[in-house]
Design a protein around this ligand. Structure first.
Ligand code: ADP
Length: 242
């Protein structure tokens, strides 16, 4: 199912590694303003799908449209210019730079790269946006894990994304950090950023995601609200068999 109003429209996408179809004819849409969870047991093709959307991998077949433009197979830097940013499971904060400089390093890329004094004020605003204005001069290596996550989010937001891909961004947070992190993602969504998240933290999925796309062995086995999709018998079987 794809519609012309989708911000992201993935249609019949396949990616093989040798004889293995890691993603096998997958289609799903993401409407502007949604948070969509991409779920599935280990090895089901979620990371491959995120790599296809962000340009780290090229599909063997199918189309990936962002606001109507086919971005499938474009290099990652071109895709970033179309408005897709990504956070990674392992945080990639620059340890010997302070937070301001970490964010400024992210401002030199994307559709509207910024340097110099303009970058200073943009970086300050981005740190404020993720609740880290008070950490502006703290070095990356001195940050708590939660603050490293915030900083990584600020760096992704520096690209002014329309679509943010979150790769297990909530992994490793303790329960009170999780509450803060979920709140922060809701705020970012309220600022007009659509999200696709690969995530295993079920409480977060249930409270954050408008819809879930659930994969197994490269194909979609369910789609719908978290409550609907996670209750599908095939989903229950896929997870129990994991
Ligand atoms: P998930 O993120 O759901 O755990 P992946 O997308 O990482 O799943 O992997 C899907 C399948 O593709 C797995 O069987 C994995 O071993 C395989 N795979 C992923 N990347 C590669 C690669 N670069 N080369 C060969 N096989 C790969």
């Amino acid at each position: 199912m794809t519609t012309s109003t989708a911000l992201l429209a993935v249609s019949d996408v396949t990616r093989r590694f040798g004889s293995l179809r890691a993603v096998d004819g997958l289609s799903f849409d993401v409407a502007a303003g949604e948070i969509v969870g991409l779920l599935g047991p280990n090895g089901s093709g979620k990371t491959t799908m995120m790599n296809l959307v962000s340009g780290a991998l090229k599909p063997d077949a199918g189309t990936i449209r962002l606001a109507g433009h086919d971005i499938a197979g474009l290099p990652a830097n071109r895709i970033a210019c179309h408005g897709i940013a990504r956070t990674f499971q392992l945080v990639r904060v620059l340890p010997s730079m302070n937070c301001l400089d970490n964010v400024k390093a992210g401002l030199g890329f994307g559709a509207q790269p910024t340097w110099g004094a303009a970058a200073d004020s943009k970086a300050e605003a981005l740190l404020e946006r993720v609740g880290m204005a008070h950490r502006r001069l703290t070095l990356g290596k001195e940050l708590t894990y939660m603050d490293q996550k915030r900083l990584e989010l600020a760096r992704a937001l520096a690209l002014q994304p329309r679509l943010l891909l979150l790769d297990e961004w909530l992994a490793g947070l303790n329960p009170s950090e999780l509450v803060e992190a979920i709140e922060l993602l809701r705020k970012v969504r309220g600022e007009g950023v659509t999200m696709v998240m690969v995530e295993h933290v079920m409480d977060a999925i249930r409270s954050l995601c408008d819809r879930c796309v659930i994969m197994n062995a490269g194909v979609k086995i369910a789609e719908g609200t978290p409550a609907e999709a996670l209750a599908e018998p095939e989903v229950v079987r896929a997870y129990l068999g994991d």
